[in-house]
Design a protein around this ligand. Structure first.
Ligand code: PHB
Length: 393
């Protein structure tokens, strides 16, 4: 097999890149190690920045998002038993976010790609990326029990933080910046209408909690738990009692419990690999960087990476110039580090670190008070949450 751009990984980054390249007439093939059903069920966050929603629309993948997604004009912050709303359009000059689950976006991109191309191979397991310092890099993979090779002009690793693409980079050619957090999230899906119109981020002495949603009838909630927590230690009733305690406010608001249909513990970490390119291999999305989920930046960063990369491939295909490809890493890293900072800030301001002393707790509360009493501080959060313009950096 032979193509122009070999894409390893059929998550949102790989699928969207394929769509953007296809529309520019650039040949590509996507190799995804899992089957279609798995890819379409993988639970991830669901907040699309305005720029992300615009990109999906512009490439013809936004119809169902526009019908079924929900535009959100703000979030609620809860702390000290009080609730405060941040009004995004008022704070940012009109920016909003769209609630549309990553799984739904992936389903839309898979359906489009299977209809219109380019080739998308499920259960095609990449084993290694080779020859990245030559002008014919290749991906060795297995598919249908056979060993195969995909040769290309460029390879893009969109295969997540445990993928193989990154292993092709010689030791010493890339630097890792990493941080683990001393807590995890227990995430649930519940068949109950959300108890709120907009997302609630809660700081409480018992730990962080987040109320999100998937639809008018399905709620998605998270609570901070110690690392290494076994979901089996959290029967449904315990989860609802703990969530209600963390969201408690003095307004008569009630959290509506309901049947829990999924439960999982998610570790939290921050990671950036630099540079995002080595020879003819580019990294995009989770293969290049990880953020903790507080602030929902992961998917949006993956989208901005591949938008920059598709533009660079387009320029190269049209002119033969590699200028934009050569600038890919630097261009993306500015935005990546902004999102890393924001995700770290949201995480460390809202969670209770097990080693935290009362002084640090007072500082967190002071910071939250500042955000909810100063227009400048609120606008800083709102701008980051709704996303800086795609062209910035
Ligand atoms: C989600 O809906 O899963 C979600 C929303 C916002 C976050 C994280 C996760 O910050």
């Amino acid at each position: 097999m032979d193509t122009t751009v070999a894409i390893v990984g059929g998550g949102p980054a790989g699928l969207l890149l394929a769509r953007l390249l296809h529309r520019r007439g650039i040949g590509c093939v996507v190799l995804e190690s899992r089957d279609r059903d798995y890819v379409e069920r993988r639970q991830r966050a669901g907040i699309l920045e305005q720029g992300t929603a615009d990109v999906l629309r512009a490439c013809g993948a936004g119809d169902r998002m526009d019908r079924e997604g929900e535009v959100h004009d703000g979030i609620e912050l809860r702390f000290d038993g009080r609730s405060h709303r941040l009004d995004f359009p008022a704070l940012t000059g009109g920016r909003r976010v769209t609630l549309y689950a990553q799984t739904e976006m992936v389903k839309d991109l898979v359906a489009l790609q299977l209809q219109e191309g380019p080739p998308l191979l499920f259960e095609a397991t990449a084993r290694a990326v080779e020859g990245i310092e030559t002008d014919r890099p290749r991906v060795r993979f297995t598919h249908g029990g056979r060993e195969r090779t995909l040769t290309a002009e460029y390879v893009v690793g969109c295969d997540g933080s445990y993928g193989v693409a990154r292993d092709a980079v010689p030791p010493g050619a890339q630097r890792r910046y990493e941080r683990a957090y001393p807590y995890s999230w227990l995430g649930i899906l519940a068949d109950v209408p959300p108890s709120c119109e907009e997302l609630i981020y809660a700081h409480s002495p018992r730990g962080f909690a987040l109320h999100s949603m998937r639809s008018r009838t399905v709620s998605r909630l998270y609570l901070q738990v110690p690392n290494g927590t076994d979901p089996a230690d959290w029967p449904d009733e315990r989860i609802w009692i703990e969530l209600a305690a963390r969201f408690a406010v003095d307004t008569g608001w009630r959290l509506e419990p309901g049947p829990i249909t999924a439960k999982a513990v998610l570790p939290m970490r921050s990671l950036v690999i630099e540079p995002l390119r080595c020879g003819r291999l580019f990294l995009a999305g989770d293969a290049a960087h990880i953020v903790p989920p507080t602030g929902a930046k992961g998917l949006n960063l993956a989208v901005s990476d591949v938008v920059v990369l598709a533009r660079a491939f387009g320029h190269w295909a049209a002119t033969g110039s590699t200028d934009l490809l050569d600038g890919y890493s630097e261009t993306c890293l500015r935005r990546v580090w902004r999102a890393e900072h924001f995700s770290y800030f949201m995480t460390s301001t809202l969670h209770a670190d097990p080693d935290q002393n009362p002084f640090q707790t007072r500082l967190q509360l002071e910071q939250l008070d500042r955000i909810t009493s100063s227009g400048h501080a609120a606008a800083e959060l709102a701008e980051n949450y709704t996303g800086l313009p795609l062209s910035s950096g």
